[in-house]
Ligand binder design. Structure first.
Ligand SMILES: Cc1ncc(COP(=O)(O)O)c(C=O)c1O
Length: 482
C-alpha cells in the first residue's frame, strides 16, 4: 500500500475528523433550531458566482483538514433545519437517520444481491411487509422494495403494471402497433408523465382526467376518459391516484378510483410519494382510505418521514408481480434469472449497487417507535391548517385551496388594480426577493396559468411565529416594491 493510501485510510484520522464533523453538525442544529432572528436559511449566491468561487478554491491544491471543506459548504448551503425553511418537499433529517446513512456509507454493501447486502436486504423486506400491513394489504401476499426516489418508484411500479396487464411481451419484443395508456389526473406529478414516455408509450400514453375545485381527480369523468381512449384505439392499462398531488397537496379518492379499476379490471397505482406518511397518523389516515385495494403504491421516506434523500418504498399488493418488472439476464450475479428469490433485490429494482436505504428507516423506527413518524406528520399537517387560516385572516391573499389536506399551501398576494398577469409578476417578484433575502425559503408554482407562492411545511421546528414572520416579510417586500 502506498504511503498516501495508508494515510487516507488511517483510523485515528477518521476518528478525529469524524468527531469534529459530528460536533460541527450538532452545533449547527443547536444554532439554527434556536430561533435566532438573524439566522438565514440561505446566503443566496447566484449560480455563476458560486461556481467561480468554488473554482478559485482550487481542488488541485489539497488541504488535509477535511472539516475546512465541510465548514465552508455548510456556510454556503441551504439549512433545512432552520424553522424558516418552508421549501422543497425534502425532509429535515433526523440525526438517528443521518447516523444510519453514515454507517451504511461506511460499510457500503450493495443491496442488489443478498450475498453482499444481507442485513440491509432482510430489513428491506421486513419494512416492506410492515408498510403493506399498515396499508391493510394481505401481508403474506404483499411485498415491496426500496428505490432511489419517487420518480424511479413510479417508473418501477408502472413498468410492472404494463408487464402484468398487457398480453404481448413488450419487455422482450418492444411494442407492436397497439397503443396503451394510463389514466391520471391533471394534477399528477410530472414523474408519471415522464415514466410513461420513458416506457415508450408517448404523449398519448397518459390520459389526463379533469380535477374538481379541490384539484382531486373527478372520478365521474373516468368512464368518459376510458371510452374516449378506447375509441381512439388505446387500451387503458391502469389508473394512477395522487395522494397527495404535489402542487396543492390534495388527495384523490382511492376508494372511488378502485371501484372503477375493479369494474374495468385495471391496475391501480397510488402515487403516495408525499402523502403516504399519513399511514402513521391516526388523525390523517383517512386520507388514504382504500389504499389496501391498490396494486402498487409508492411512498417517499425522504419527504415527511425525516429520512435523508433518497428512500422510496414501492409496495405491491401481490408480491409476485414485482418479479415481472424486469427480466434481465445477469449470469455473473445469479444462476437462474427466472427464479424468484426475494433476497436478490437487483432482480426487481433499477439499481443493482443500491445504498442501504432500509437502515435509515429502521434506525428511526427502532429508536423512537412509529410514534415519532406520527408526531411529525400530525405536527406538519396541523401547521398547514394553521397557516391557511392565518392567510385567510389577512384578507389580501388568494388560495386555490383554503382548507388544505396536507402541509402544502399555495397562496398569492392580491393588489387592487392589477390584472392576473400583473399579479403573476408581482408574486414572482415577491418570491424572488424572499429567496435573495435568505431569511425565509419558499417556492413558487403555476396552477393553471397563474403563479402562486408555495410553502411545504417540512420542518417540525416551524411554528406560528415564523409563519407570521413570513407574512410580515411579504408585506414589507410589497411596500418596498411600491
Ligand atoms: C406526488 C409526487 N410523486 C413523485 C415525486 C417524485 O419524487 P422524487 O423527488 O423522490 O423523485 C414527487 C416529488 O415531489 C411527488 O410529490
Amino acid at each position: 500500500m502506498t504511503e498516501l493510501l495508508k494515510k487516507a485510510y488511517d483510523p485515528e484520522t477518521f476518528r478525529k475528523q469524524g468527531h469534529e464533523l459530528v460536533d460541527l453538525l450538532a452545533n449547527h442544529l443547536q444554532k439554527v433550531s434556536s430561533e435566532k432572528e438573524s439566522l438565514k436559511v440561505l446566503n443566496w449566491i447566484p449560480p455563476d458566482e458560486l461556481y467561480a468561487t468554488w473554482e478559485k478554491r482550487r481542488i488541485d491544491q489539497p488541504n488535509s483538514d477535511i472539516n475546512q471543506f465541510f465548514k465552508t459548504a455548510l456556510a454556503e448551503t441551504t439549512h433545512l433545519h432552520n424553522p424558516k425553511y418552508m421549501g422543497h418537499q425534502t425532509s429535515v433529517p433526523l440525526p438517528a437517520s443521518v447516523l444510519a446513512e453514515f454507517f451504511g456509507g461506511f460499510l457500503d454493501v450493495g443491496m442488489g444481491v443478498f450475498e453482499q447486502g444481507n442485513v440491509g436486504v432482510v430489513l428491506e423486506k421486513l419494512l416492506a411487509k410492515k408498510l403493506a400491513a399498515k396499508m391493510g394489504m394481505e401481508v403474506e401476499k404483499a411485498d415491496g422494495l426500496f428505490t432511489s426516489g419517487g420518480t424511479l418508484g413510479n417508473l418501477t411500479a408502472l413498468l410492472c403494471a404494463r408487464q402484468v396487464m398487457i398480453e404481448e411481451d413488450v419487455w422482450s419484443n418492444g411494442f407492436s402497433e397497439k397503443k396503451y395508456a394510463f389514466i391520471t389526473s391533471e394534477a399528477a406529478h410530472y414523474s408519471i408523465d415522464r415514466a410513461v414516455r420513458v416506457m415508450g408509450m408517448g404523449e398519448k400514453g397518459i390520459v389526463k382526467a379533469p380535477v374538481n375545485e379541490r384539484f382531486q381527480l373527478m372520478t365521474e369523468s373516468l368512464e368518459d376518459c376510458y371510452e374516449k381512449a378506447k375509441k381512439a384505439g388505446i387500451q387503458v392499462l391502469g389508473i394512477v391516484a395522487n395522494n397527495c398531488a404535489t402542487a396543492v397537496g390534495s388527495n384523490d379518492s382511492i376508494d372511488k378510483i378502485a371501484d372503477f379499476c375493479e369494474l374495468k379490471k385495471l391496475w391501480l397505482h397510488v402515487d403516495a410519494a408525499h402523502g403516504g406518511c399519513v399511514l402513521f397518523s391516526k388523525k390523517y389516515r383517512y386520507l388514504l382510505n382504500g389504499i389496501e385495494r391498490a396494486d402498487s403504491v409508492i411512498m417517499d421516506f425522504h419527504k415527511m418521514l425525516m429520512v435523508p434523500t433518497l428512500v422510496t418504498a414501492v409496495i405491491f399488493k401481490n408480491g409476485n408481480h414485482s418479479f415481472q418488472t424486469f427480466a434481465q439476464k445477469a449470469s455473473y450475479l445469479w444462476d437462474n434469472e427466472d427464479s424468484q428469490e426475494w433476497y436478490n433485490l437487483g432482480k426487481r429494482t433499477f439499481e443493482l449497487t443500491k445504498t442501504t436505504m432500509s437502515h435509515r428507516i429502521y434506525a428511526i423506527w427502532k429508536t423512537y417507535g412509529e410514534k415519532v413518524f406520527e408526531e411529525n406528520v400530525n405536527t406538519l399537517y396541523d401547521l398547514g391548517k394553521v397557516f391557511a387560516k392565518m392567510i385567510s385572516a389577512e384578507g389580501n391573499f388568494q388560495m386555490p385551496v383554503a382548507e388544505p389536506e396536507s402541509n402544502i399551501i399555495c397562496f398569492r398576494y392580491l393588489e387592487k388594480g392589477k390584472n392576473e398577469v400583473e399579479l403573476d409578476e408581482l408574486n414572482a417578484k415577491i418570491r424572488g426577493a424572499i429567496l435573495e433575502d435568505g431569511e425565509y425559503f419558499i417556492l413558487q408554482t403555476r396552477i393553471g396559468e397563474r403563479l402562486f407562492m408555495r410553502v411545504s411545511l417540512m420542518n417540525p421546528f416551524t411554528s406560528k411565529k415564523q409563519l407570521k414572520g413570513l407574512l410580515d416579510k411579504i408585506k414589507a417586500i410589497v411596500k418596498e416594491l411600491n
